[in-house]
Design a protein around this ligand. Structure first.
Ligand SMILES: Cc1ncc(COP(=O)(O)O)c(C=O)c1O
Length: 358
């Protein structure tokens, strides 16, 4: 069988550490980090190892504050509610383990949700006697209206929380998460937004979104080193949430606000450099592309593909160059007009004789 032709690399490819032998189609799973950001991480690690006491007590906390401020600006988030966690799974679990559910309570989750997060919902329900209510969404959805209608139809007086993705993992659909958040919260249902595919992929404005909770990754589309993610908690829900790890902050004789900060900011000895690289990633990736953010984001690549040539696919294959080098020959948008589908995943037409979709 003839080998499948490989997409050529764009001029951005050399910025990534990916092997030239690899055509990286699955950026959405773990992300990939540009060499300049990896270099920054090495610099910070060398600094840490040269003087651990100074790093953990002085240098690190100052850089940590700078990182939180930089990410808060990037996401237009309330910096006081922005906490670093190692990954989106931790953010989702933190919320689900903090909240107290009663028997008979309901947690809504669309069937396009990421299975690991769905598992966390199921576990919270098993623990408490609450019930997971799965909303079946078609693939592809016909419209945002259809998605909103189906989700809202599942709301009952017992619905306490809804887990809503920005972009779904198994189906790569950009959900109308802003509208769902507004409508659900307007009905008294708090929303936990799973923004694992958010920062760096689509425009995220957390103040405007107003979700009770947003868990998101930086190591996917913001291309930070792995282990860099956030949990944003709205001011009126902060007293309900505590980190998964109990450490020094728990007994600190400080105000409740400071206590929450201490509890989230120190969860035992760990390598903090993935979070400390956030400002560098924001700055360095913006510098790759004329126009900076949001031109560097996958979302813009999608829109560009669509606007420039409506017959051209909106989904791009990421081969180490932020999806700009190879547009997939089969277009989700072309096939599903009116739906915004993002490049967290893509479907490719395979040459004749080559089996199954990628
Ligand atoms: C929609 C969604 N949520 C959550 C996650 C979990 O991300 P992490 O493994 O960084 O916790 C993923 C990972 O691919 C995802 O696609």
């Amino acid at each position: 069988m003839a080998p499948m032709p490989r997409p050529s690399r764009s001029e951005y490819g050399p910025h990534w550490a990916l092997s030239p032998d690899v055509t990286f189609l699955n950026h959405g799973s773990f992300g990939a980090c540009p060499q300049v950001v990896l270099d920054e991480q090495s610099r910070l690690r060398a600094l840490l190892e040269s003087d651990p006491m100074a790093f953990y007590f002085e240098i690190g906390p100052a850089l940590w504050r700078e990182s939180r401020v930089a990410l808060a600006e990037f996401l237009n988030a309330d910096v006081a509610g922005l906490n670093f966690v190692p990954n989106a799974s931790t953010g989702v679990n933190t919320v689900l383990r903090s909240l107290r559910f009663e028997p008979g309570d309901e947690i809504l989750v669309p069937d396009h949700a990421y299975q690991a997060c769905r598992n966390a919902v199921d576990q919270a329900c098993v623990r408490s006697g609450a019930r997971t209510v799965v909303v079946k969404l078609p693939f592809p959805p016909e419209s945002d209206e259809q998605v909103v209608e189906l989700v809202l139809a599942a709301v009952t007086p017992r619905t306490r929380l809804a887990l809503i993705d920005t972009v779904t993992s198994p189906t790569a659909v950009l959900l109308p998460f802003e509208r769902l958040t507004r409508e659900l919260q307007g009905r008294g249902v708090d929303v936990l937004v799973d923004a694992a595919h958010g920062a760096g992929l689509i425009p995220l404005d957390l103040q405007q979104l107003g979700a009770a909770y947003v868990a998101g990754n930086c190591h996917k589309w913001l291309c930070t080193p792995k282990g860099s993610a956030f949990l944003h908690v709205r001011a009126d829900r902060r007293q309900l949430i505590e980190p998964l790890i109990t450490s020094h902050g728990y007994s600190a004789p400080v105000s409740p606000e400071e206590k929450l900060r201490l509890e989230f900011d120190w969860q035992g000895t760990q390598d903090t450099t993935p979070w400390l690289c956030i400002p560098a990633a924001i700055e360095m990736i913006a510098a790759f592309v004329p126009g900076g953010w949001p031109a560097s984001s996958g979302f813009d690549a999608c829109r560009h593909g669509d606007a420039a040539d409506p017959g051209r696919p909106c989904c791009a294959v990421h081969d180490g160059a932020r999806g700009r080098s190879a547009h997939a020959p089969a277009s989700c948008r072309v096939r599903h007009p009116g739906r915004r589908v993002c490049l967290a995943a893509t479907r490719r037409a395979l040459p004749a004789g080559v089996g199954g979709p990628v």
